[in-house]
Design a protein around this ligand. Structure first.
Ligand SMILES: Nc1ncnc2c1ncn2[C@@H]1O[C@H](COP(=O)(O)OP(=O)(O)OP(=O)(O)O)[C@@H](O)[C@H]1O
Ligand SMILES: [Mg+2]
Length: 234
């Protein structure tokens, strides 16, 4: 069994089901990427793994433990970090206050973790006293990822971390995410930049209508003619 797995997930927001049996799994130290068309249920699948969605059927398993019934807060306490697609920083607070907020569940000394975040994202050290809302798009995404790192997660779930940033900033963010993965964190990432994301994916999922359409290593999906034609523009 994988370190984190959402297995045969079925559920939605009260109306018709959005997730129709999809399975997403990730190992520690690896990057799993979820791609697929708008409305496919990528964000919904992530919310289900975090516990923000009532599942009709299916299980979420973390390190061998069934966590399907746990609240989102309990899952965060167990090591799941989450960067949502929107509203993922406190714009009126400084960068450093955002990091402190990220550690709200902790009672120990968070100074070393803040220092680690600044080592990973040096620009955030320079901007630490500035309101996060005044930062560029790429810098804000760094704040969002760093905030999620403040709980010292064993799993980091990122919903479109490179949304709205330039290709250069995207490459930089991917490099940082790879670095986080190398520390042993399991990373699940939804990405609109499918081709680039598949290039760094150990495991990759193409979701369509809440179902697994294609599954394999990033390399395998990049080489798959059907995936290329339907999801990568040829
Ligand atoms: N809070 C909500 N309440 C009701 N329906 C929702 C809610 N959030 C999403 N949906 C619906 O669920 C479906 C899947 O949405 P979801 O956000 O998971 O897609 P996505 O694959 O992340 O798309 P995108 O690439 O645009 O981010 C869509 O039809 C959407 O309208
Ligand atoms: Mg989404």
């Amino acid at each position: 069994m994988s370190y984190l797995a959402g297995v045969d997930l079925v559920g939605g927001y009260g109306g018709a089901d959005i997730l129709n049996g999809c399975t997403i799994a990730v190992e520690r130290g690896q990057i799993a990427v979820i791609v697929g068309p708008n409305g496919a249920g990528k964000s919904t699948a992530m919310k289900a793994m975090l516990g923000l969605l009532q599942l009709r059927t299916g299980q979420v398993v973390l390190d061998g433990e069934d966590i399907t019934a746990l609240s989102p807060q309990a899952r965060v306490a167990k090591g799941i970090g989450f960067v949502p697609q929107t509203s993922n920083i406190f714009t009126g607070m400084t960068v450093e206050e955002n990091l402190q907020m990220g550690a709200y569940l902790r009672t120990d000394d968070i100074t070393p973790t803040i220092e680690q975040c600044y080592e990973l994202f040096p620009i955030l050290r320079d901007k630490r006293k500035q309101a996060a809302g005044e930062l560029s798009g790429g810098q804000r995404q760094q704040v969002a990822v760093a905030r999620a790192m403040m709980t010292e997660p064993s799993v980091l779930m990122l919903d479109e971390p490179t949304a709205g940033v330039s290709p250069i900033v995207m490459d930089e963010l991917f490099d940082r995410i790879i670095e986080v993965g190398r520390t042993g964190v399991a990373i699940v990432m939804v990405e609109q930049n499918a081709r680039q994301a598949l290039q760094i994916a150990d495991q990759a999922y193409v979701l369509v209508s809440g179902e697994n359409r294609h599954t394999g290593s990033g390399e395998e999906l990049l080489a798959d003619a059907n995936v290329r034609k339907s999801f990568l523009g040829g």
